[in-house]
Design a binder for this molecule. Structure first.
Ligand SMILES: [Zn+2]
Length: 427
């Protein structure tokens, strides 16, 4: 992206954006207070507020106590003035959420994907859910959608919106943004799912207020998102954070990435289920088989967690081992990154809770520099299963609420509040 040069239009765009951001952060707020906080002239603020009220971006929200004279009218951001869509593409399903300007999920649509579906079939389903989620229950057309954020596993080039490599989706070099923008005709942003998870937890969840944060998700895969100095750290070709593929055991089991002994091969859903199947095959006395309806091939991470909650010792041991592997992985990350907080989420953690988290914390402390580990709080994620969707929506919202100092690059101009008002971004 290139910086825009100074012009009357740029100054006006910046002032509009500053007023909206001031109201978003501090609203309900009066015109006089906006002028004070944003250090803008009162007449400038009045002109911009009138425009934003007419466009429905701001709304009146009662009145404040008078400081002498008329009671000042308070203004708030109208979260339903526009909408964004967040999409999570996973190996077994695609989910779309319609969200407002505060990233509140208004409605969701989820469709399963069958194994071995090629990119074409996946994109047909993806387009279906994006269209369907925009239809409100009452049949009324919802607010205009200004952008779509798509998150998926693997390495994503966020500049071009290309899925560079995803071994979980079994594809490489898929131009996700290009394909979707051609069909949807609205801007599309693409990112790695764990980065989106980190962005969501840092903005709205358990990572709020932490500028140096590591977010880890445990499920079918193990993903990581790194926040340094308040921003997502993406690395040289946007592949940073692949904590699931750091080596824990050089001679360990084969991983989906082709390596041996990765954290993902030792502590993901598949690894937990496999450890349980091995225990059953060895004839260990356990409730796991019963929880799977007597069929060893039906054993999943969920059945292991169910048995563990019943007090089953084999199931508890399997979760403890997975938790310790996770702790070893996190110890490496703590020594490398020195985060102030680690947010850990995903279905496995939600369901197993301390059965995974206690051994995780224990191994992490044992294996990292104690002076670093003592300062790290390991906390469960707060946004639940919506975290990825909120993160996908936040990709778009971050762009919308960023001051419009960047001009159009070769692909498209950024989505900004002034551009939504029909002020074409120039310069
Ligand atoms: Zn691996």
């Amino acid at each position: 992206m290139r910086l825009r040069s100074g012009s009357k239009q740029l100054i006006r765009d910046l002032n509009i954006s500053t007023v909206v951001e001031t109201v978003r952060q501090r609203g309900p707020i009066s015109r006089v207070e906006i002028a004070e906080v944003a250090k803008l002239g009162r007449s400038t603020v009045t002109g911009i507020v009138n425009l934003l009220l007419k466009e429905g971006i701001l709304v009146e929200a009662g009145s404040a106590e008078s400081r002498g004279g008329r009671k000042p009218v308070l203004l708030a951001l109208n979260p339903r003035a526009r909408c964004v869509i967040g999409v999570k593409l996973a190996p077994a399903s695609v989910t779309a959420a319609l969200a407002d300007l505060h990233a509140q999920v208004l409605q969701k649509v989820r469709r399963p994907l069958s194994r071995g579906q090629g990119p074409e079939a996946v994109f047909r389903t993806l387009l279906d859910v994006v269209h369907e989620v925009q239809r409100m229950d009452d049949g009324v057309k919802g607010p205009p959608v200004i952008g779509v954020g798509v998150v998926l596993p693997g390495i994503v080039n966020t500049t071009t919106g290309t899925s560079v490599a995803s071994h979980l989706l079994h594809w490489a070099n898929i131009p996700v943004r290009e394909l979707l923008e051609k069909e949807l005709r609205i801007p599309v942003l693409v990112d790695n799912d764990a980065n989106a998870f980190a962005l969501a937890e840092r903005t709205y969840g358990a990572g709020q207020g932490a500028d140096n944060l590591l977010c880890v998700t445990v499920g079918v895969g193990i993903g990581g998102g790194i926040i340094t100095n308040g921003r997502v750290y993406r690395g040289s070709i946007t592949g940073a954070g692949e904590i699931g593929h750091i080596t824990i055991d050089e001679r360990g089991p084969l991983c989906s990435c082709g390596n041996r002994g990765c954290l993902e091969a030792l502590a993901s859903d598949g690894a937990i289920a496999q450890a349980a199947r091995r225990a059953v095959a060895k004839g260990r006395k356990t409730l796991i088989l019963e929880a799977a309806g007597g069929d060893p091939s039906a054993i999943t991470r969920e059945t292991v967690v169910l048995a563990a909650h019943e007090g089953d010792r084999v199931a508890r041991r399997i979760l403890r081992e997975a938790g310790r592997h996770l702790g070893t992985g996190l110890a490496n990350a703590v020594n490398l990154l020195n985060p102030e907080r680690i947010v850990i989420g995903g279905e496995a953690v939600q369901q197993a809770g301390d059965l995974l988290l206690s051994p995780l914390r224990e191994a992490m402390k044992e294996r990292s520099f104690s002076v670093l580990a003592d300062e790290v709080a390991v906390v469960p994620a707060a946004l639940g299963e919506d975290a990825w969707l909120v993160g996908a929506a936040t990709l778009v919202l971050e762009e919308v609420f960023t001051p419009p100092i960047y001009g159009a690059d070769e692909d498209r101009p950024p989505i900004t509040i002034p551009s939504l008002l029909g002020h074409t971004v120039q310069g």
